[in-house]
Design a protein around this ligand. Structure first.
Ligand code: NDP
Length: 291
């Protein structure tokens, strides 16, 4: 016994994680359903465990990265003993509720958990470009911070085990929001023969300007106070209608702008025409502070 860290799950991501902790000089135990995938790591000095339970008990902290929570449940189904205060850092992607459920199970098995979301590809693991969001046991995060830092830019979000998974999907929402909005602009400009590359510096300028509004708008949402210093929802709705009309006239798909319009229309129907744009939060999360 006696390695610093165990890595369970040696797929593309798990192998990158195990590589990073080996490179950082840690003594490493690994386990994978298909043992052959451990060969390269074993040749670099990792120890191969013959069961998940013995792998977890070999180190104070285990990093788990398998396909999904169903795989994780299967892998841990054979664990029958007490995990004796070990820390599980679960980097398997999943839903917030799955993370909370795993934390409850681990608690009963005598383990503490950190649940994480990796916002990076395997090749960046071990560098500052690999964003790793973690939530759950703050004590576990503090104790194992140097180890977690060897994986990438590891950030602790709070003690709700579901938070990392929630930040993960919220981040994806921002990503697809930006990508689809940019594509709408590319489509509009293409009708006048303008290349995506020619349009993109302007698109980036608008995106940057818009991002600059977010801290002030976040403050409005948090205070539940939507005084329009810039433009009312009614003014925005007029602009959105214009975007829909021009898209339609040019034969460009108008589904996305129409969706913007329908959210604004619901806010107006609810009596929020003269509030600032972030009052739309009430349409997305009823019962939030705009009501
Ligand atoms: P892979 O498909 O490469 O690896 C999957 C791993 O899960 C393998 O180790 C596999 O074992 C194991 N596994 C699957 N089912 C079971 C099971 N029933 N019991 C035991 N082990 C099982 O996936 P990745 O490594 O790419 O992804 C792993 C996790 O990391 C996912 O949750 C993914 O969303 C997340 N992630 C991946 C990123 C990426 O770019 N790859 C980016 C961000 C997050 P075996 O070798 O035996 O098949």
């Amino acid at each position: 016994t006696g390695t610093d860290v165990t890595v369970i799950g040696l797929g593309l991501m798990g192998r990158a994680l195990a590589d990073a902790v080996l490179t950082a000089g840690h003594r490493v135990t690994v386990w994978n359903r298909t043992a052959a995938k451990a060969e390269g790591l074993v040749s670099r000095g990792a120890r191969l465990a013959d069961s998940v339970e013995s792998a977890v008990l070999a180190s104070p902290v285990s990093i788990v990265c398998v396909s999904d929570y169903a795989s994780l449940q299967q892998a841990f189904a054979s664990v029958s003993g007490d995990l004796d205060g070990r820390v599980l850092v679960n980097l398997t992607s999943g839903d917030p509720e799955q993370a909370r459920e795993l934390a409850r199970w681990a608690d009963q098995a005598g383990a503490h958990t950190l649940d994480g979301a990796i916002m990076a590809v395997p090749s960046t693991i071990g560098t500052a470009d690999a964003i790793i969001l973690l939530s759950g046991s703050g004590t576990a995060f503090e104790t194992h911070q140097p180890l977690l830092a060897a994986l990438g830019d590891a950030t602790f979000l709070g003690d709700d085990h579901g938070l990392a998974a929630l930040y993960d999907v919220a981040g994806l929402s921002v990503m697809w929001g930006v990508l689809n909005a940019w594509l709408q602009g590319v489509a509009l400009l293409s009708t006048a023969g303008v290349d995506a590359s020619a349009f993109t510096p302007f698109a980036a300028q608008v995106a940057q300007e818009t991002v600059g509004w977010l801290p002030g708008y976040a403050d409005q949402v948090d205070r539940g106070s939507f005084t329009p210093d810039d433009a009312t929802i009614a003014t925005h709705a007029g602009g959105i209608a214009h975007l829909v009309r021009v898209s339609e006239e040019l034969g460009v798909d108008a589904e996305l702008p129409r969706l913007f319009g329908s959210v604004a229309a619901r806010a107006i129907a609810a009596g929020h025409a003269d509030r600032s744009y972030p009052a739309l939060i009430e349409q997305l999360a009823p019962g939030s502070r705009a009501s």
